[in-house]
Design a protein around this ligand. Structure first.
Ligand SMILES: NC(=O)c1ccc[n+]([C@@H]2O[C@H](COP(=O)([O-])OP(=O)(O)OC[C@H]3O[C@@H](n4cnc5c(N)ncnc54)[C@H](OP(=O)(O)O)[C@@H]3O)[C@@H](O)[C@H]2O)c1
Length: 230
């Protein structure tokens, strides 16, 4: 169901940005895949698989500044250590807009993945620091790019949304509903993003052991109409 307008994905050329773009296209949305280099974005878009949906939206490759400017809602899909550069390139264009942060600050050693502790608390709070006039909501951290990209497969599970602005979280919930059959859950203020981000290290650990693509699905919660993320 088409629920939101044009969606910009800053740093959308990686697996996560591409996967989100493909799913949003399936639900009829127009998506701008942003890159530091517009030509690179165009090459990435040209290589995307054909849509499965009968009436798909369109995906266009642009530079990050344009994705930020023309996106009505913007997803930042770069690694967390790119946020300073993203702030410099996009902060003005993102003033007053909903920005969804899906970054997981992780490191890997011989024992597997571990969260990286950021002084700001979470990647989402770091992004908010670099985009002071935007309204940042954490989400999609626990949805694997591989699962997103498999368009012929049903995509189910919960997306934990963390944000300080109720209206912004509700809008982010509309974006989640436009990505496969994912269910949005309001999981608390922006600072709770740290927990969602850490959870990804645990999921990767599980997935390595079981050779799986497990995501998050909470039991025993049925959002009521008019409820938090509704
Ligand atoms: N991969 C997954 O399964 C997954 C799942 C959940 C969440 N995430 C999170 O989603 C984000 C994207 O993941 P990904 O695997 O797609 O990452 P990625 O491929 O490493 O990076 C995505 C894009 O970010 C841009 N970028 C990289 N470094 C940058 C910098 N220093 N400054 C500005 N732009 C930079 C690059 O685009 P250009 O070179 O075209 O500018 C790159 O193609 C990450 O924060 C990750 O933690 C990933």
């Amino acid at each position: 169901v088409k629920v939101v307008g044009v969606i910009g994905i800053v740093g959308g050329t990686g697996p996560q940005g591409r996967g989100l773009a493909l799913r949003l296209r399936e639900s009829g949305h127009h998506v701008l895949i942003g890159s530091r280099d517009a030509e690179r974005a165009q090459v990435v878009v040209a290589a995307l698989p054909a849509p499965v949906a009968a009436e798909p939206g369109r995906i266009v490759g642009v530079d990050n500044a344009r994705a930020a400017r023309e996106g009505e809602v913007v997803i930042v899909a770069t690694p967390w250590d790119g946020f300073e550069a993203i702030g410099a390139a996009c902060a003005d264009a993102l003033a007053g807009k909903l920005v969804i942060c899906c970054a997981n600050p992780l490191r890997f050693d011989g024992d597997g993945p571990m969260p990286v502790r950021l002084p700001e608390g979470s990647a989402a709070e770091l992004l908010q620091h670099h985009l002071p006039a935007a309204v940042v909501v954490g989400g999609f951290q626990n949805v694997s790019a591989i699962t997103l990209g498999r368009l012929s497969e049903t995509l189910e599970g919960d997306v934990l949304l963390c944000g300080d602005d109720e209206h912004a979280v509700a809008r982010a919930a509309d974006v989640v509903r436009a990505v496969g059959d994912l269910r949005p859950l309001h999981a608390g203020p922006l600072r709770m993003s740290a927990v969602a981000e850490d959870l990804t290290a645990l999921l990767i650990s599980v997935n390595r052991r079981y050779r799986s693509h497990a995501g998050v699905a909470l039991t025993g919660v049925e959002p009521f109409v008019g409820g938090d993320a509704a």
